[in-house]
Design a protein. Structure first.
Length: 375
C-alpha cells in the first residue's frame, strides 16, 4: 500500500490531522488497537477550557474553536455542550484565585452565595471565594472521533485498525513501514502516537524528545439524592487538588493526579481514587457509597510541557504531532490545521498566530545544534 502521508495513531491528534490532510492528499492511518480513541483520547474529562495552559495552548485552542462550535459537514451531532466552570477557593487559596482571575480573560468574581446557588453542596465552612468562567464546554469526544474517522474515509483516506507500527526504513525518498499485517509506504509520516511518541520516533531514527507520560485518574460516583446536577458547572480549585463535573447523571471526580508512568494501557490506582474523593469532600458535601466507574489515561508532556509539532531535525519526511498533555482534545482542530499547513505548504502554516510561536512548538528546540539537518 502506498500513500502520500501515513499517520501513526488514531487518537484525536492523529485522526484530526489525517482528516485535515485527507482533503489534499492520500492518507493512511495506522492504529495499533482495534478501534480509534482507545487510549488517552477516550479517557479524558472531555472539556474545552479556553483559558487553560500556556500562550501556545491558548492560541492553538483558539485557532480550532470555531470548528468545535460549528463542526464541519459530516459530524452528525454538535460537539459542544455548554457547561461553565466554577473556580472555588478556601482561605489558603484565595490569593491564588485572585492571581488567576487577574491573568485570565472571561473569569468573573462570584460571591460565595452565588457559588452555592449554582452548586448547593458546596461547603460554606470551606468556601472563601469563587469565580465563574462562562465559556467552558463539554466536548462529545465520541462525535469528534467518529466524525474524523468517517471524514477520512469520505475523503478517500484509509483507517487501518489493529496495525502496530513495528519497523521503518527509508529508501528512495519513501518511508517503508511494517506492521504485522502490511507494508505501507509514503514520503511523509506523522507521529501522533501519544504516550508512545518517543519509542515510535526511535523506529524512524528521529531525535529523542524526552516525552513523559503522566497518569491521570477519574471516577464517577452517584449524584447527591434529590438534586438535579445536570446544569452544574465544572468545579475546580486553583491549586488543582481535584475537579468535579456532572457526567451522564453522575459526578465525575478526579484527583488531578500526575504520576510518571511508562507508556501503557493505564489503569486507575485505588489510592488515587480515594485521594480525589477525599479532596473533593473537603469542598463539597458528597456522600460516596460506592465508586460506579473509574479509569485512568496518560497525559504526555515534552520536557518544557509545550506541544511538539513540526518536521524532525534528523529524520527526513518525519513529522511530530505530540506532547498535547492535558489539552489534546480541545486543541485538536487547531493543532491539525497547523500541522497540515506545515506539511502541505511549509515553512509557514498559514495560521499566523501559531506561526508567531513556532520556536516554542518546533521539535528543533530539543535538537543538539551539531546534529541537525534543515527542519
Ligand atoms: C483523565 C484525563 C482527563 C483529560 N481531560 C482533558 C480535557 O478535559 N480536555 C482536553 O482537551 N484534554 C484532556 N485530556 C488530555 C487528552 O486526552 C490528550 O491530550 C489527548 O487524548 C492526546 O491525544 P493523542 O491522539 O495524542 O493520544 P492517544 O489518544 O493516546 O492516541 C495515540 C494512539 O497512538 C497509538 N499508537 C501508539 N503506538 C503505536 C504504534 N507503534 N503503532 C500504531 N499505533 C500506535 C495508540 O494505540 C493510541 O491509540 C485528558 C486526559 C486524561 C487522561
Amino acid at each position: 500500500m502506498q500513500a502520500d502521508i501515513i499517520v501513526i495513531g488514531a487518537g484525536v491528534a492523529g485522526l484530526s490531522a489525517a482528516y485535515t490532510l485527507a482533503e489534499h492528499a492520500h492518507v493512511i492511518v495506522l492504529e495499533r488497537e482495534a478501534f480509534a480513541g482507545y487510549h488517552s483520547s477516550g479517557r479524558s474529562a472531555a472539556l474545552l477550557v479556553p483559558s487553560l495552559g500556556s500562550e501556545v495552548v491558548q492560541t492553538i485552542t483558539a485557532a480550532g474553536a470555531a470548528s468545535l462550535h460549528e463542526p464541519p459537514i459530516g459530524f452528525d451531532r454538535p460537539v459542544l455542550n455548554h457547561r461553565g466552570a466554577l473556580w472555588v477557593a478556601n482561605k489558603h487559596q484565595t490569593q491564588d484565585l485572585k492571581n488567576l482571575m487577574s491573568s485570565t480573560v472571561g473569569m468573573a468574581p462570584c460571591s460565595p452565595d452565588q457559588a452555592v446557588a449554582r452548586v448547593p453542596i458546596l461547603r460554606r465552612d470551606w468556601l472563601h471565594s469563587a469565580a465563574y468562567e462562562d465559556e467552558v464546554y463539554d466536548i462529545d469526544v465520541h462525535v469528534l472521533i467518529e466524525g474524523f474517522r468517517r471524514g477520512i474515509q469520505a475523503r478517500g483516506g484509509r483507517f487501518l485498525a489493529g496495525h502496530t507500527v513495528q519497523a521503518a526504513n527509508r529508501q528512495s525518498g519513501l518511508w517503508r513501514i511494517e506492521t504485522p499485517q502490511a507494508i505501507v509506504s509514503a514520503p511523509i509520516v506523522v507521529n501522533a502516537a501519544g504516550a508512545w511518541a518517543d519509542p515510535v520516533g526511535q523506529l524512524f531514527g528521529a531525535q529523542h524528545i524526552g516525552f513523559t507520560p503522566m497518569r491521570r485518574t477519574a471516577a464517577t460516583v452517584e449524584a447527591p439524592d434529590g438534586l438535579e446536577i445536570e446544569d452544574w458547572p465544572f468545579i475546580i480549585n486553583p491549586a488543582e487538588d481535584f475537579y468535579v463535573k456532572p457526567d451522564a447523571g453522575r459526578l465525575l471526580i478526579s484527583p488531578a493526579d500526575e504520576t510518571h508512568t511508562p507508556p501503557c494501557d493505564a489503569q486507575p490506582e485505588e489510592l488515587d481514587i480515594a485521594i480525589g474523593i477525599h479532596e473533593a469532600q473537603q469542598a463539597l458535601d458528597i456522600e460516596v457509597r460506592h465508586v460506579q466507574a473509574s479509569w485512568a489515561g496518560l497525559r504526555t508532556f515534552a520536557p518544557d510541557r509545550e506541544f511538539v509539532i513540526g518536521f524532525d531535525t534528523l529524520a527526513e519526511g518525519y513529522f511530530w504531532l505530540a506532547g498535547q498533555g492535558g489539552v489534546g482534545v480541545q486543541t485538536c482542530f487547531g493543532a491539525a490545521a497547523y500541522a497540515s499547513g506545515l506539511i502541505l505548504n511549509g515553512p509557514s502554516s498559514g495560521i499566523s498566530a501559531i506561526d508567531a510561536l513556532r520556536d516554542r512548538i518546533t521539535p528543533a528546540r530539543f535538537a543538539p545544534a551539531e546534529t541537525r539537518i534543515e527542519s
